[in-house]
Design a protein around this ligand. Structure first.
Ligand SMILES: [Ca+2]
Ligand SMILES: [Ca+2]
Length: 430
């Protein structure tokens, strides 16, 4: 059985979400709208020094995870243990203990990796503080580092059994929740979309609103009007891929050949990405990026639904991979040969009315918090202005006092002798 640590890591992700997006997600307490994806930047990285690309897990610490695995794989003892320990034992932390037997050389490299990772996290924390315009207060890095559970921040210098154990547990756990989080994000995206549409309607006059609503209904109808979608993972679906994408005769359809053809990296398994690639033909029946009524974010959600459905049916040992054997067994089943029809995304609302109500309440709360903040800021500004005025008038008073003192000084110092001299002088004046 396969595991998180195996090099053939295969948790794909359709959006190819850059680590940045996920990281923002992790760092910010507020929800990140899906539209952030559009702003993703493919940072040009130094490809030459990179290890050969394996599938991005989508975790924000993906790079660290992979580098740790690469180093551990270089250690013969560990490599053997890795391939002979089953998933349950790995989850229980048995594998992590083997770190004690890893060569000194590899350990030193792991220590260095961890130091770099901790320093990366510190930079991120700093960057986040800067964005938030944090005052120059000292940052409690220790406290903030605690949120990153995949390493032991209390010891930022060396990579220990605990670090490996935490890394394995976090990665396993985070990957299991990854799809769930994507569904949640999607739901939020849909609710935001609908909320904004309705807010926009409110801003229109009766005639404008009527027009807008008609257009909306028309687009909805247009979107729902598409060729029949095959049940994902069914014979019909695969046969279409076989015929149209592979250019082969449907009469010759052979599951084993099909599997080999679409196991793109040739490792003997369908991973999530390879499976998802099989649905492109189906998705193109429903979604066209040039159509106003087709939302590509929804297309990716549909792809995810399809992949989850097939994985659920076919991946019997639940290692997130479909082996040839699992695949062939599935092709004998009734669901493969005579599948039910597939209910597409648009046939069901992504969220319940109750969820929408909560969402809008949350939005209203946020708005209120914002205006509260704005009014607090205004109060602070008024207070500052008042203090400034007070200071100014104090300055004027002080100035006046100084002038007064100086006048007194001149009166005290100058007049008497002069008057005296003048008085005396007068006596000698003719
Ligand atoms: Ca494969
Ligand atoms: Ca499997």
């Amino acid at each position: 059985s396969k595991c998180v640590l195996c090099l053939q890591m295969s948790w794909s992700q359709v959006f190819h979400t850059s680590c940045l997006v996920l990281l923002v997600h992790l760092l910010c307490l507020e929800a990140v709208p899906i539209s952030l994806d559009k702003t993703k930047v493919n940072q040009p990285e130094d490809k030459a020094s990179e290890p050969p690309p394996s599938v991005d897990t989508g975790l924000h610490y993906d790079r660290y995870l992979r580098e740790v695995i690469d180093f551990l794989e270089k250690d013969q003892h560990f490599r053997e243990k890795l391939h002979n320990t089953d998933m349950e034992d790995i989850k229980m932390g048995k594998l992590a203990k083997e770190l004690d037997f890893v060569s000194h050389h590899v350990r030193t490299q792991l220590d260095e990796l961890k130091r770099q990772e901790v320093s990366r996290l510190r930079t991120l924390i700093k960057a986040k503080q800067d964005i938030e315009g944090g005052n120059d207060m000292a940052v409690d890095h220790q406290a903030l580092l605690k949120q990153f559970e995949y390493l032991n921040h209390m010891n930022p210098h060396t990579f220990e059994v605990e670090d490996l154990d935490r890394l394995i547990k976090s990665a396993t756990n985070d990957l299991e929740n990854y799809d769930k989080e994507r569904h949640e994000e999607f739901k939020k995206y849909e609710m935001t979309k609908d909320h904004e549409r309705r807010e926009h309607l409110k801003s229109l006059d009766d005639e404008g609103r009527k027009k807008e609503e008609e257009h909306y209904e028309e687009m909805k109808k247009k979107h729902a009007d598409h060729p029949k979608v095959n049940h994902p993972g069914s014979q019909n679906q695969f046969k279409e891929v076989w015929e149209e994408a592979d250019g082969l005769d449907p009469e010759d359809f052979d599951p084993k050949t099909f599997f080999k053809l679409h196991d793109s990296n040739g490792d003997g398994f369908f991973d999530e990405q390879e499976l998802e690639a099989l649905f492109t033909k189906e998705l193109e029946k429903i979604y066209d990026p040039t159509n106003e009524e087709d939302d590509m974010v929804e297309m990716e959600e549909e792809r995810l639904r399809m992949r989850e459905h097939v994985m659920n049916e076919v991946d019997t040992n639940k290692d997130r991979l479909v082996s040839l054997e699992e695949f062939l067994i599935a092709t004998k089943k009734k669901e493969f040969l005579e599948p039910d029809s597939w209910e597409t995304l648009e046939q069901n609302q992504a969220y319940t009315d109750e969820e929408m109500r909560e969402f809008e309440e949350h939005l209203a709360q946020q708005e209120e918090d914002l205006s509260q903040k704005a009014s607090d800021l205004q109060k602070q500004r008024d207070e500052l202005e008042r203090q400034q005025e007070q200071l100014n008038s104090q300055k004027v008073e002080l100035q006046q006092a100084v002038e007064h003192m100086e006048r007194l000084k001149t009166q005290k110092v100058e007049p008497p002798p002069e008057v005296h001299v003048e008085g005396n002088g007068q006596h000698y004046l003719p």
